[in-house]
Design a protein around this ligand. Structure first.
Ligand SMILES: [Zn+2]
Ligand SMILES: [Zn+2]
Ligand SMILES: [Zn+2]
Ligand SMILES: [Zn+2]
Length: 151
């Protein structure tokens, strides 16, 4: 399946494949994708490579350009280690230092939980499942105040 999209950088209409997981990469047309890709030199092996970071001037661009991995794909992959998720038991690869959960479970644990009403300002906030486990591990009571009121 393909769908037409208007390139936000140059206004040209182009086709995107929608049933592809990497389609989120297809934010701009192919020309702009190439034009806006920045050149990097791999810190490990010295190979130069380019990576698309977005349209200059848009939200988050500066941060992305600064944060982007300075390793080429090969070196990046070499850094990936295999871990077993403590939640679902599946193996996954990550570049992080000893992650407990696979990205899917991590996301889930950080987006579900219990709504708590702040005793100071009465705003409800989410006490996530990940936080709950952390508090439980440390033998702490669930927070009674929202992040703002906790200071
Ligand atoms: Zn374009
Ligand atoms: Zn490299
Ligand atoms: Zn998992
Ligand atoms: Zn509050």
């Amino acid at each position: 399946m393909t769908t037409s999209k208007v390139c936000p950088a140059c206004g040209v209409t182009f086709e995107v494949i929608t049933d592809n997981a990497s389609s989120s990469q297809q934010e701009v047309c192919f020309n702009c994708f190439k034009r806006l890709s920045l050149n990097y030199v791999c810190q490990k092996c010295g190979v130069s490579f380019s990576r698309y970071v977005g349209i200059p001037g848009t939200q988050g661009y500066e941060g992305r350009a600064a944060r982007i991995s300075r390793l080429c794909k090969v070196c990046y992959k070499a850094q990936l280690k295999e871990y077993k998720c403590a939640e679902c038991g599946e193996n996954f690869t990550s570049i992080k230092y000893r992650p407990d959960y696979c990205p899917k479970c991590f996301k889930h644990l950080n987006s579900t939980g219990e709504e708590i009403r702040c005793e100071v300002c009465s705003t409800s906030f989410l006490f996530t499942e990940a936080e709950r486990r952390f508090f439980y591990d440390k033998n702490l009571d669930p927070p009674k105040k929202c992040k703002d009121c906790r200071g």
